[in-house]
Design a protein around this ligand. Structure first.
Ligand code: AHM
Ligand code: MG
Length: 337
């Protein structure tokens, strides 16, 4: 019987770091701390059906404890797990209006962490997959304290990005710019084990993911593109199948493995003021880095997501992401209207 090599996430991170000549181990520590936070969040998410963790923030459970909603729990867990390691100088979370400083008692490092602690958390009561998304940059300011400018970046400046999907199993997928690697949590030993090495997204898929309920608010290009996907033409693999979980990480993860396109276009009901929904720094940019590393593409329809310079912490963008050929086809429809 063929013997398989078991690679833990820790070993993988260390081996990746050895490929970089002057690496200090700092970055390895950062990713390792994140993996640990993810394991703890996974444990709590798996208990979500147990009544005492559900309910609104501030409610009292049967033990008289104040319970936290899972997104609040995940946010605090990541902050607490990451603030003392000495790797970070500042953080920003989708859940916090302002940047999160590293408390004075802890050493400061050279990295910036941005994250969405529990994306899709409105799905959690129905046992639908949710996820954590993260993005890492190097500090760019030089003053004593890191500042919001360290968070307002362009996606191309990312040094790492990844996500954790809490699904039928828990998986962590990350890139440091050397391909995309996926690890599955083995709950019996509490370790993430390499299960998907060097993930490549198929260049064209058969799946599209979009909230069709919003169709009346789309731009003409998106309307025409989705109509095109529904036409019968076996030579081009149409019609496509619609799959929409409503949980970005889960929709993205499926499309990454099977091929396909995810779209969250802006609301064009007021054409002068299009209103996108997803966040550039916590959602779009990290997934764009991952998809590009896997051979795919991410854009707003007219601009590469990775090229957008953030000007606000909670900036929103249209997101069209997935298999390269599918995104390119969408861009043609979008630009012709
Ligand atoms: P959240 O960050 O508040 O959880 O919102 C983001 C989520 C994504 O996970 C998902 O793709 C999208 O919102 C679903 O939105 P909608 O319900 O409008 O289709
Ligand atoms: Mg989110």
């Amino acid at each position: 019987m063929q013997k398989t090599k078991v690679v833990t996430i820790q070993r993988h991170i260390v081996e990746q770091e050895r490929l970089i000549p002057k690496a200090t181990g700092d970055f390895t520590g950062l990713l390792w701390d994140l993996a640990l936070a993810a394991k703890t969040i996974s444990r709590e998410v798996n208990k979500a059906g147990l009544a005492d963790i559900l309910g609104l923030t501030g409610e009292t459970n049967i033990h008289g404890d104040i319970v936290k909603k899972l997104d609040v729990y995940a946010n605090e867990k990541i902050c607490k797990s990451m603030e003392h390691g000495g790797h970070l100088c500042i953080m920003a979370s989708e859940e916090n209006e302002e940047v999160i400083s590293i408390p004075d008692e802890f050493p400061k490092g050279k990295y910036v962490l941005m994250f969405d602690p529990l994306d899709g958390s409105s799905n959690i009561d129905a046992n639908v997959s949710v996820g954590t998304i993260f993005s890492v940059y190097r500090r760019k300011t030089t003053g004593t304290e890191a500042a919001v400018e360290d968070c307002l970046r362009r996606g191309t400046e990312q040094v790492a990005a990844g996500y954790v999907v809490y699904g039928s199993s828990t998986m962590m997928v990350y890139t440091t710019g050397q391909g995309v690697h996926g690890f599955t949590l083995d709950p019996s030993i509490g370790e993430f084990l390499l299960s998907h090495e060097n993930i490549k997204i198929p260049s064209k898929g058969k799946i599209y993911s979009i909230n069709e309920g919003n169709a009346n608010s789309w731009d003409e290009g998106t309307k025409k593109y989705t109509a095109y996907l529904k036409e019968n033409d076996t030579s081009t693999g149409r019609p496509y199948a619609l799959r929409y979980i409503g949980s970005l990480v889960a929709d993205f993860h499926r499309n990454l493995l099977y091929g396909g396109i995810f779209l969250y276009p802006a609301d064009y009901r007021d054409p002068k003021k299009p209103k996108p929904k997803l966040r550039l720094l916590y959602e779009a940019a990290p997934l764009a880095f991952i998809v590009e590393q896997a051979g795919g593409r991410a854009s707003t329809g007219k601009e590469r997501i990775m090229d957008i310079q953030a000007t606000e912490l909670h900036q929103k963008v249209s997101l069209v992401i997935g298999s390269k050929e599918d995104v390119l086809t969408y861009e043609k429809f979008f630009s012709h209207t």
